[in-house]
Write a protein that binds this ligand. Structure first.
Ligand code: ATP
Ligand code: MG
Length: 259
């Protein structure tokens, strides 16, 4: 499965991304967790200590120069199709069966920005989506315009996260329109911090035709992260993930059955 997670700021995109990636990993599947939000914190959610967090790829100037042939950051000639297929193995942080990659804060592809860093990131996205078999969970900001069309069309699903606040559904509807323009096949919604029950019908109504495929309850333990590293270096699910495993399994099985 190749799933992108989007939605309004602060709704729980990173939390859900980490829970999906961790659950797939704990099932024994290989998964690339891609932090495509310039304000990256997927590593933290996956339990990577602050001083061990991976350098965002867009800050790896030597790598960008080596792969694109660029002599300077902007202007001059550089390859638009740099070699990237070894990057997940060489530069990802391993967490269980997860390969975590952090893109960093340049526009990732799209038409607007043409610099060596964006050429590398765009090529990497295309490779991760089109060129590899393993699962992909991509934590994105609300704007998804920078997903190139070829990449977008090859994603299996986009999940937009909504919360009980007044504005996240409006963002979800905007994300739906962008997703349709880009040709993303399926869009789903997950309600975070909602209680299932009477409210769920109202939320589905306001989401119009975006299927609401799951809920995550409010659980303050989620602030402590989704994966933990034990004293002897073993990766283990956090209490928050274990407690909410059924909700995450339900979201994954809804996606699996609908794509
Ligand atoms: N269901 C929940 N219960 C309690 N706390 C939660 C829940 N979901 C998310 N949080 C907490 O809310 C904060 C925001 O969540 P998160 O970082 O996942 O949102 P985001 O959409 O990725 O935000 P951003 O737009 O800044 O990237 C985090 O501190 C997270 O631990
Ligand atoms: Mg986030």
């Amino acid at each position: 499965m190749k799933i992108a997670i989007s939605g309004k700021g602060g709704v729980g995109k990173t939390t859900l991304s980490a829970m999906l990636a961790a659950t797939l990993s704990l099932r024994g599947h290989s998964v690339v967790a891609l932090d495509a939000d310039p304000d990256a914190n997927l590593a933290a959610a996956l339990g990577v200590p602050i001083d061990e967090q991976p350098t965002p790829l867009c800050q790896m100037h030597d790598l960008i120069a080596e792969r694109t042939g660029a002599k300077e950051q902007y202007g001059g000639y550089f390859k638009l199709n740099p070699k990237v297929d070894d990057i997940p193995e060489k530069y990802a942080r391993r967490i269980g069966n997860i390969h975590l990659l952090v893109l960093g804060g340049v526009q990732q592809g799209g038409s607007g920005c043409l610099c060596p860093a964006s050429a590398l990131l765009k090529a990497l996205l295309v490779h991760l989506v089109l060129g590899r078999d393993e699962n992909l969970v991509m934590d994105m900001e609300a704007g998804i315009e920078h997903l190139g069309r070829a990449t977008a069309q090859s994603m299996d699903a986009l999940i937009t996260v909504v919360d009980p606040g007044p504005w996240s559904i409006q963002t979800a509807l905007r994300v739906r329109d962008l997703a349709a323009d880009l040709g993303i096949k399926k869009i789903f919604a997950v309600a975070n911090r909602f209680s299932p029950g009477p409210d769920a019908g109202g939320t589905q109504n306001r989401l119009a035709e975006i299927p609401l495929i799951g809920h995550l309850p409010t659980d303050d333990r989620l602030n402590e992260g989704i994966m933990g590293i034990t004293d002897d270096g073993q990766i283990e699910p956090s209490e928050a993930l274990t407690e909410n495993a059924a909700s995450v399994e339900e979201i994954l099985s809804e996606v699996e059955s609908r794509i």
